[in-house]
Design a protein around this ligand. Structure first.
Ligand SMILES: [Zn+2]
Length: 158
């Protein structure tokens, strides 16, 4: 580790402790000018796991989510790049929160949030598969909520 002040190549670690969020904080001292500084070391991220409704876990699979999205957006003006972005956003939000797991229902709602902004037909298609609408009433209720959120775009609809 190079000293940020004098550029000397060697430092000693004077203190080292975990921060509680997957990183280790190290206090270092330059062996030449004795300047002290702090570094954070992060453990390299492994795979993200998806916790399914039945409690089982599987590795986060972009292709699997993509398949669902492509079906929902069939013949709709939504590009593959846009769908790719949706999945990347989910991945980075998990990574940024320093978690290694996400539930399938969290993925579902994140996808729905993004699709709703892109294309309403794709959104309703995806939602109908994902939410497993039991009957026409639940489906109509969802449509109504969609309409309301479009009339009041400022109102957060969760
Ligand atoms: Zn130095």
């Amino acid at each position: 580790m190079k000293c940020p002040i004098c550029g000397f190549e060697d430092t000693k670690v004077v203190d080292s402790r975990p921060t509680g969020d997957d990183s280790i904080r190290r206090r270092r001292e330059c062996l030449s000018c004795r300047f002290r500084f702090t570094t954070y070391e992060y453990i390299e991220a492994g795979p993200i796991f998806v916790i399914k409704k039945d409690g089982s876990r599987e590795i986060f699979d972009r292709n699997k989510i993509m398949t669902g999205l492509v079906k929902a957006c069939y013949k709709r003006p939504v590009s593959n790049a846009q769908l790719d972005n949706i999945i990347s956003e989910i991945e980075s939000s998990v990574a940024n929160s320093m978690r290694r797991e996400i539930s399938s229902s969290e993925i579902g709602s994140m996808v729905m949030d993004s699709l709703r902004k892109l294309d309403e037909v794709s959104y309703v298609r995806f939602a109908s598969v994902y939410r497993e609408f039991k009957d026409v009433d639940t489906f109509m209720k969802e449509l109504k909520e969609l309409k309301n959120s479009q009339l009041n775009p400022e109102k957060k609809n969760t």
